[in-house]
Design a protein around this ligand. Structure first.
Ligand code: CAA
Length: 241
């Protein structure tokens, strides 16, 4: 049977590129989304990939949603890509508690919520592949993103700790840290601000979503069994950790 893969934030941006690649590689893919119904419907129509709507920042929603995926696909989730993320950029002196909490919940607590729901079946099954999508800005910091940088740095610590817990169980847990990638999230940055950022990328351009998806595809493969707790950067040389 094809391995069952769940990709959060899977209907747009980097997540949709990951979902497409995994489907092409023979996985049975479920794409989780929360916000944009129209984009999700168009994605499903175009790709035939199953879409599921729930808030990854909500523990009970993740439990119930993943139960539904397991039932629909007739087996346990063996591949999980925690990609869902949001930005609420503001300098700290202007940031509201809501902007802080929304980003922490969606970008970091989601990793706990989703992993908690799949980890026991993965341990029992003796196989699992988890990839958490972090960010260059969790590695280097970014003015205007104390919330996002904290969440994405948190993802790296979470990844390493869970990798240690599960290494002997056939489960790998890795992080991908994309640089600035051509998605709607980056398009939200003001044009003059973004121009300055692109000027700092040695390859001289934004990344493409599929360039990140390729890394994820590699990490979730059966053959990547010896790679765990790693952070793979794909950032055009902008930051070398
Ligand atoms: N470093 C230090 N100070 C900076 C700065 C920087 N990079 N950018 C701005 N500032 C300073 C400004 O000089 C200004 O200071 P003064 O008031 O003393 O002149 C102050 O911060 C306020 O700047 P703005 O007038 O621009 O403030 P704003 O409230 O209009 O905008 C902002 C703030 C929304 C954070 C804006 O600067 C911004 O969008 N920055 C880019 C943030 C960014 O890179 N986000 C990435 C989004 S994409 C993503 O996150 C994907 C990923 O993983 C890579």
């Amino acid at each position: 049977m094809n391995r069952i893969a769940v990709v959060t934030g899977g209907t747009r941006g980097i997540g949709s590129a990951v979902a497409r690649r995994l489907k092409e590689s023979g996985y049975a893919v479920a794409a989780v989304y929360h916000g944009n119904d129209a984009a999700a419907a168009a994605f499903q129509h175009e790709t035939g990939i199953g879409i599921y709507k729930w808030d990854v920042g909500n523990y009970e929603a993740c439990e119930a949603g993943l139960r539904g995926v397991t039932k629909d696909f007739g087996g346990a989730v063996e591949v999980l890509v925690n990609n869902a993320g949001i930005t609420r950029d503001a300098m700290l002196h202007k940031m509201t508690p809501t902007q802080w909490q929304q980003v922490i919940e969606t970008d970091l607590t989601s990793c706990f919520n989703m992993c908690r729901a799949v980890i026991e079946p993965m341990r029992e099954g003796g196989f699992g592949r988890i990839v958490n999508v972090s960010s260059i800005n969790g590695q280097k910091g970014q003015a205007g993103q104390t919330n996002y940088a904290a969440a994405k740095a948190g993802v790296l610590g979470f990844t390493k700790a869970l990798a240690l817990e599960t290494a002997a169980k056939g489960i790998t847990v890795n992080a991908v840290a994309p640089g600035y990638t051509a998605t709607e999230m980056v398009a939200e940055v003001a044009e003059n601000v973004l121009a300055k950022i692109v000027a700092q990328i040695p390859v001289g351009r934004l990344g493409q979503a599929d360039e990140i998806a390729r890394v994820v595809q590699f990490l979730v493969s059966d053959e990547a069994a010896f790679i765990t707790g790693a952070t793979i950067t794909a950032n055009g040389g902008q930051y070398m950790a």
